[in-house]
Design a protein around this ligand. Sequence first.
Ligand code: PPS
Length: 570
Amino acid sequence: MGAFKEAHGGELKDLYLPAAQRDEEKRRARDMRSWDMTMRQLCDIELLLNGAFSPLEGFMVEEDYDRVVDEMRLASGVLWPMPITLDVTEEFASSVKEGETIALRDQEGVLIATLEIASIWRPDKTREAKEVFKTVDLAHPGVRYLMNEAHPVYIGGRLRGVEAPTHYDFKHLRDTPREVRNRFQKLGWRKVVAFQTRNPMHRAHFELTFRAAKDVEANLLLHPVVGMTKPGDVDHFTRVRCYEHVLAHYPEQTTMLSLLPLAMRMGGPREALWHAIIRKNYGCTHFIVGRDHAGPGVDSQGKPFYGPYDAQRLMKEHEEELDITMVPFKNMVYVEDRAQYMPEDEVDESMRTLSLSGTELRRRLQEGVDIPEWFSFPEVVEELRRTHPPRHKQGFTVFFTGLSGSGKSTIANALMIKLMEMGGRPVTLLDGDIVRKHLSSELGFSKEHRDLNILRIGFVASEITKNGGVAICAPIAPYAETRRKVREMIQPHGGFIEVHVATPLEVCEERDRKGLYAKARAGIIKGFTGIDDPYEVPENPEMRIDTTQLTPDLAAHRIIVKLESLGYIR
Ligand code: PPS
């Protein structure tokens, strides 16, 4: 016990250079190799530099990383549950060496900090996933990021901060740990309980936080994460407007709202410890840990990754060492007869309870159905409705995939015309050939080039969908993983309807409208999809259409019916 306390001594690490030295560091940085940080790294560095990650003094070196992964401790023995690493490409790693100082820049090239490299290594990501997340299942967002997004080489070393990452939004709610501590001091708040969230707050959260503060006789800090949360979450702009409405419901002078630019890993129990350390650094004395804290949802078998109270258990084990008190909370449920919220475990069988799942809330938003007052505050619902219009007002993408000659383009054209006839939304056709002429003219048909081509289509379609339009895409798109990425780019913004045009190869080849199959068979064209290049059949497309016996008109009509049944058109 005490290691963490001693390491902190209540003190915050401030990794920024004194103002007078920053210009000199900027000048020095002109001769350094630059790394343009990813979104995740920008979140991490902001919290490293401002002391929210105290006692860390930079991105982890291998020694710290190893012990954190295996034992949740830094090499010094201080409790720290989450690897905070700077992942870079092989190419960048091979261009630098230990002892060298590099410039870390934001996505616009602004110098944020310099880092003196103390360690360069290739992590065993499978081990990291197993130890940190207790799984290698890619359904876990933390594992998926680690395996698919994080670069292969880690670089560690001390940071010298030059400038905080810029934020243009909600400036009045963005505070460093020092600023939050100072505000607590000024207000005379000696006990403060922090509430972590990545979701809009409804009445249950309001009741829970209110009770928590009352129980421990503390003030309350609403400390929502606005960095990176779970893919598919409500965007932080909407959430913050909701939090501001909720804030007005607490008794005056009792509660503060401040935003935390953290990149979550959805690591359940380990993440809960990490969250507590961060809140300690912000000057809080208590931390609420609810059911399934920082839970990543269910695995690919449909089972929860962690037990609902695993996070509370791990927190309990380390509470004393952390020097921040956990306020454990059970789920809150609405008891109809009493017209009030109560913790799940205080409700007996005679009481009638009401609840509304997240799925049901989304359905009601999508369909414009009433959301009861016992569930949320009307201003919050109004805010959510503004960003979640019902489906018939959302944009959507119809993404055709299938072999050359399967009929994708013809159906896509027919569908476009039918949708234009109906009116209401602008329609854009991103046919394979159109795209290859205007967007991807330099690309060939290697796997790498095909993937690039599809991701470009996905990007354009996601912009169209986000802005309420209809995108109709009709490439071959032979690879499942790339199609999945496109789905992920689009689904947060509106509908994604994957249509597998499943016309068999023999029929496509028989048609051979462009004479390409004959050339492929004769070996004149190499790497032709279906002949000597793979096509991975979609496992769960929204629709499958075989045009062997079906006219384009009927095929397009079926899609219209599907779109109606899904609520996108009416
Ligand atoms: S991909 O794989 O999704 O990027 O392909 P896409 O952009 O849809 O382009 C497919 C069209 O290019 C012609 N073509 C080939 N297709 C497959 N493999 C090879 N090697 C190839 N070379 C040229 C072909 O006419 C495809 O048109 P469609 O409209 O699918 O018949």
